[in-house]
Each structure stands twice: as C-alpha cells, then as structure tokens.
Design a protein. Structure first.
Length: 109
C-alpha cells in the first residue's frame, strides 16, 4: 500500500482532506515521481492511497481515512467488496465505489 504514510503524517498535523482516492491496483504500486501515491499532494492533487494485489486487506491501516469521503475504485468487484467492508470499520464519512460496471454511494443508503 502506498500513499497512507504521507496522509497519516498530515492527519496527525491537523490536515483533513475533503476526498481521498483509494485505488485497488491490478499490479504493483508505481514509485515513479509523478505517479507515486505518496507524492500526489505535492503536485496539488487530492491524496491517493494505492493498494497492491498482494496486500492483505484485513491488515490495511485506513485510519487516515476517518471522517473523509473516499473514492474507492478498482477492476475486481470481489476485491472492492472486501476493501469496502474493511474500510467501513474506520468510519469514513462517505464511500463512493465503482469498478466500471457498478456504482455505489453510501450517502444514498
């Protein structure tokens, strides 16, 4: 998982983003300067967290997402469901999920 370290440090300093992109990748996280999730805020974008295929979902620390709107995307619906279920334990304000064939918004629940 990439992007959570930068966001964690900023949250401890009082920063709370309006939205965070949470992407379940099909391959490894990029560490190229402009694509690395740890650098998105430095380029003026919304914070991002990238989850790799080998990451153990139950062990992911989503504490930086408490109280934020999370845009959860990926291509594997079962994996998105597992991440969504785990993410809900960390009390995000809202989760909008899509995989290209479905869309779900917790605000509509």
């Amino acid at each position: 998982m990439r992007g959570h370290e930068t966001l964690s440090r900023l949250r401890m300093g009082g920063y709370k983003p309006a939205m965070v992109w949470l992407t379940a990748l099909d391959g490894p996280c990029s560490r190229a300067t402009f694509l690395d999730a740890e650098n998105t805020l430095a380029w003026g974008n919304f914070p991002e967290i990238h989850v790799e295929p080998d990451d153990r979902i139950a062990a992911l620390d989503f504490r930086p997402l408490v109280g934020t709107t999370v845009l959860l995307q990926g291509t594997d619906r079962d994996r998105l469901r597992a991440i969504f279920k785990h993410l809900r334990q960390f009390a995000p304000a809202r989760v909008i999920t899509s995989d290209g064939t479905f869309f779900h918004d917790t605000e509509a629940e």
